[in-house]
Write a protein that binds this ligand. Structure first.
Ligand code: 3EB
Length: 343
């Protein structure tokens, strides 16, 4: 991708995929009423906080592109990058095995589709995944639904002979009130560099108390392409070690989350051979459980994160542990020609 731009979005829902500009690898609209994937346009129905009715993130890159549909998954790629999106109604997934929940089956099916599309187009490496799950914190069949997702996701990774530990992609996992499992992703032909956070136990090593299968993601992924270098920081929360901390205090959770992001960016810079990523130049996406917490969370980010705060995008979503009230992800990019650290 050569840029990520965020523009006010008024009628993207009615924009036919064929009308997407030539340089668009994929686009994701937030704030729309229902999920749908069509062409390389994906709609994610999380409410936008702070004014705009809807916004979209557009991943642009250099053509020529090939696009298509493999089963229910829409994909588009150029030489270096593959964007894909899939939205599956979990109600269509009746368990094949007693005790297997529909969400587990739908999550596995979604990732099966992701890996099938990657294999077909010749992209071996997942770089970054975004996951939106219906009613993520509800307990069904004796297991929290986020934990059901983790089982299905991990099974799909193992079936596709993809690493479920070191080298797993960066990711975010949020909840909302719909019925579709929504996944979108970026994959590459060259392997990204996975980065862990020294302040946090690797998610793929979380102990059994967080569920029968550990989450399959790395804290960050750095991808070097010929013309640019990108840093994807996973959804990050107020977790130190493996414990949720500052439970009940959204302001303190936000501060701790920012410290976690600062530390993983520092780690990415330590491990890199190229120019460091400046926290000020990152794009932040902030997920807040309770819309009423938006002003308090924004105040912390504006106070502690300088210039990047002016570009932050705020969405309302459920977080994957019931006691967590905020999750923040980040994206950074260097363009090789100029050495610029500005997205
Ligand atoms: C955490 O650190 C918070 O399951 O893909 C953050 C990012 C979280 C990604 C995922 C979960 C995921 O455990 C939750």
């Amino acid at each position: 991708m050569t840029a990520v731009v965020r523009v006010p979005m008024l009628d993207l829902e009615s924009l036919p995929p064929a009308a997407l500009p030539d340089a668009v690898l994929g686009a994701v609209a937030y704030g729309v009423s229902a999920p749908h994937a069509e062409g390389s346009l994906l709609a994610v129905p999380l409410p936008v906080l702070g004014g705009a009715r809807a916004v979209h993130t557009t991943w642009t890159s250099t053509g020529p592109f090939a696009s298509g549909q493999t089963g229910p998954l829409f994909w588009r790629h150029n030489r270096a990058l593959l964007f894909g999106a899939i939205s599956l109604d979990e109600r269509a997934y009746t368990p094949k095995v007693a005790g297997r929940a529909p969400l587990l089956e739908a999550s596995r099916a979604a990732y099966h589709g992701v890996f099938a599309a990657m294999a077909r187009a010749g992209f071996g490496h997942l770089v970054r995944c975004w996951n939106y799950l219906p009613r993520i914190n509800a307990v069904e069949d004796g297991l929290e639904r986020y934990q059901q997702f983790n089982v299905g996701r991990q099974q799909a990774f193992l079936n596709a002979v993809q690493s479920v530990q070191a080298g797993a992609p960066a990711a975010s996992a949020l909840g909302y009130g719909g019925t579709d499992v929504v996944v979108y992703f970026l994959a590459s032909r060259v392997a990204p560099q996975a980065i862990e956070n020294p302040r946090q136990v690797s998610a793929y090593c979380y102990p059994r108390q967080y569920g029968p299968a550990s989450p399959t993601f790395s804290r960050a992924a750095r991808l070097s392409l010929p013309d640019q270098e990108t840093l994807f920081v996973s959804g990050t929360a107020s977790i130190v070690g493996h414990d949720s901390i500052h439970v009940g205090d959204v302001v303190a959770q936000t501060g701790e989350t920012l410290r976690n992001i600062a530390r993983v960016v520092e780690q990415a810079n330590l491990e890199a051979r190229s120019a460091p990523f400046s926290p000020d130049a990152l794009q932040l996406k902030v997920f807040i459980r309770h819309a009423g917490d938006f002003p308090a969370v924004r105040d912390v980010i504006q106070r502690e994160w300088g210039e990047a705060a002016t570009r932050a995008l705020y969405l309302q979503a459920d977080i994957c542990r019931a006691e967590l009230q905020v999750e923040i992800e980040a994206f950074g990019r260097h363009v090789a020609e100029t050495g610029s650290s500005r997205p």
